[in-house]
Write a protein that binds this ligand. Structure first.
Ligand code: HEC
Length: 296
């Protein structure tokens, strides 16, 4: 082969292998990453995937339920033990539809029926951000299910018959009550903790955000509907400030799981803009008041 032929060959080879690979691996822009981080914060920092004070997103947090025990999974970009080897599509399917690349169904502790209500653009941004978080090698712990045929029979039936599923908007609502509703119902998944559950453990959306004496991790979760005697009486400003700082109007601070989602991990509710926190507050004033006394 002459030198010219050889260099032509190399050029062709690069053309075939190099260029498409470079295009596929195009680095996300700083703006894409920032947008993804914003969505991540608005979910509360995906905190269920972080054991407090342990590496972010590395999983291992324990969740006991009526079906058995599951541990949150490693969603860092580690190729072996995390999501590093998954395609964007596979990640989006897991976030929204609760299916892992191998077809396995996720236990709905991961709120996929709710995250299904996230707009395409926001889920994509979230995926971009998840890939930028430091990779951690930490093998997932096996779930221990106590319900027979949980994945093959019980879960699909439950999903079809009982679990309310949010529908994604065609575009991300950017302002007003629609923005607040979108954040509350989908991204920030407030109802996963604040909405009481029926006997089947599905959220009872006829009592949306009416609180629960025994919510996730056995915490007492307040009624945040605008009911005059048992609900949330705070002004829009006060609600927005609470979501941004954890400070209650009476001088107390948010504790437990609420403290966690406000603080978040790499970002949390506190990193939402004031406009978004106010949109949430305004939306909360529009939902039906439900009488449900929680606590003393
Ligand atoms: C992971 C579970 C969880 C999620 C998600 C969650 N909350 Fe909470 N929330 C709680 C708990 C638990 C408390 C009680 C905190 C305490 O005792 O300090 C609380 C308290 C509150 C309070 C204070 C009410 C009062 O009367 O003291 C408000 C307001 C509130 N949450 C609003 C929201 C909104 C709005 C969202 C969604 C943007 C949300 N929460 C998402 C668990 C959660």
């Amino acid at each position: 082969m002459t030198i010219r032929a050889a260099s032509l060959f190399v050029a062709l080879l690069l053309g075939v292998l190099g260029l498409p690979a470079a295009a596929a691996a195009q680095a996300p822009s700083a703006a894409d990453i920032a947008r993804g981080k914003y969505v991540f914060g608005a979910t509360g920092g995906c905190g269920c995937h972080t054991v407090p004070k342990h590496p972010v997103n590395a999983g291992g947090r324990k969740y006991d339920g009526p079906y058995g025990t599951v541990y949150s999974t490693n969603i860092t970009p580690d190729r072996e033990t995390g999501i590093g080897g998954w395609t964007d599509e596979q990640l989006i399917t897991a976030i929204r539809l609760g299916r892992r690349p191998n077809g396995e169904r996720l236990v709905p502790v991961h709120p996929y029926t709710v995250f299904n209500g996230m707009a395409e653009e926001d889920v994509k941004a979230l995926v971009v951000f998840l890939r930028t978080v430091p990779a951690v090698k930490r093998a997932n712990l096996a779930k221990k299910l106590s319900v027979p045929m949980f994945e093959s029979v019980f879960l699909p039936t439950w999903l079809a018959a009982f679990a309310p599923r949010e529908t994604p908007p065609t575009a991300v609502p950017t302002s007003g009550t629609a923005r607040g509703e979108y954040l509350v119902r989908a991204v920030a998944h407030c109802g996963e903790c604040h909405t009481p559950r029926t006997m089947t453990m599905a959220t009872d959306n006829s009592r949306f955000l009416a609180g629960s004496p025994k919510g996730p991790e056995d915490s007492e979760v307040p009624n945040i509907t605008p009911d005059k005697t048992t609900g949330l009486q705070w002004s829009e400003e006060e609600i927005a400030d609470y979501l941004g700082s954890g400070n209650k109007p009476d001088g107390d601070v948010a504790g437990g799981l609420m403290g966690e989602v406000i603080e978040g991990t790499l970002a949390g509710y506190k990193d939402m803009t004031k406009a978004d926190r106010l949109a949430i507050a305004r939306y909360l004033k529009t939902i039906p008041p439900i009488k449900n006394k929680i606590g003393k």
